[in-house]
Design a protein around this ligand. Structure first.
Ligand code: GLN
Length: 313
């Protein structure tokens, strides 16, 4: 049973903020020009519990690109619409052990994209969502993001443009998937919608609420709206556990013991089922594209509050 008091939670997030504020490791993503120019000193931590209590420290109001953290939520939307078997059969749910932008990952498992969190699989997941038109699909995706966050989010236009101008690699992956019959909508429409989902602006508190919606069995703990069928929550969390931080997911799970998902904008979410969602934002990334401060902060929070899902409670 989780028995930490609000005072203890507050103490731990303040401690994690103080401890790693001076951390100098990592550097901003530079393959997307917009991301390179975000202030590297920004650092915010937010926790939202499954019963809706909010804890924040540092730069938790600053809006940044959700980037690959969006993949967890689009996976949830696709499962809700198509069922989890369809995702397993058409996209795959195995770790690749490879970088997020890997082309090789597509060549594994009989040309499946391998999992919904490498770019290939994330684009395939976006493409598998049914809608009458591109506009309707975007509306469906955005409406669902808004429900997870409990407020109206917006695309950061400058980021979207910056990313659209430099996403040739993702275009190539989308076409390769099409050649294997693993792209389920027009590939260029899909690249555009995928890039748009990555350009949605969120702050650390938004992400903590979104993570807490998973922790609370698919019900947003602030708005009380049911966003996801409870049976799909463990499915999303299992993919986060094996592939949420790409080729270093094993090290993450080994040290933190929680399902997590990172984005090259500098955010990481972690989910403690039934208990809380944690979100940390800080732009400098390690080699795998995962925020350095966020990983350290979440490890400290998990250790100090005894959150590791593999230890008996
Ligand atoms: N939009 C980014 C890309 O496709 C997302 C990558 C990430 O966050 N790991 O390259």
């Amino acid at each position: 049973v989780f028995a930490q008091s609000p005072k203890e939670i507050e103490k731990v997030i303040n401690q994690a903020h103080k401890e790693f504020k001076g951390e100098k490791g990592g550097k901003n993503a530079d393959y997307i020009p917009y991301l390179k120019n975000v202030n590297s000193d920004l650092y915010g931590i937010a926790i939202v519990t499954a019963d809706g209590k909010v804890y924040e420290v540092g730069d938790t109001k600053f809006e940044f690109g959700i980037e690959s953290i969006s993949k967890a939520f689009v996976l949830a939307m696709a499962m809700q619409q198509k069922g989890s078997d369809k995702i397993e059969d058409s996209i795959g749910v195995d770790a690749t052990g490879m970088p997020f932008n890997s082309v090789t990952a597509i060549e594994l498992e009989g040309q499946k994209p391998s999992n919904p969190f490498v770019n290939a699989g994330a684009m395939a997941t976006n493409s598998i969502i049914d809608a009458k038109s591109k506009e309707d699909k975007w509306k469906f995706i955005m409406d669902n993001f808004n429900k997870f966050a409990g407020r109206d989010l917006k695309v950061i236009d400058e980021l979207f443009k910056s990313e659209m101008a430099t996403n040739q690699h993702n275009q190539a992956i989308a076409l390769l998937l099409e050649s294997y019959g693993r792209m389920y909508d027009n590939p260029m429409t899909t690249v555009e919608l995928y890039t748009k989902q990555c350009s949605i602006g969120v702050n650390a508190k938004d992400l903590a609420i979104m993570a807490a919606t998973f922790a609370n069995n698919g019900v947003n703990p602030i708005t009380k709206e049911k966003v996801l069928e409870p049976k799909y929550v463990p499915k999303v969390l299992s993919v986060m556990s094996t592939a949420g931080l790409y080729e270093t997911t094993g090290e993450w799970l080994f040290s933190v013991g929680l399902p997590g998902k990172s984005g090259v904008g500098g955010g990481i979410i972690a989910v403690v089922p039934g208990v809380m969602g944690i979100a940390v934002f800080s732009p400098p990334l390690d080699e795998a594209g995962n925020s350095v401060r966020a990983q350290k902060a979440i490890e400290m929070i998990s250790d100090n509050l005894g959150l590791n899902v593999f230890s008996a409670k």
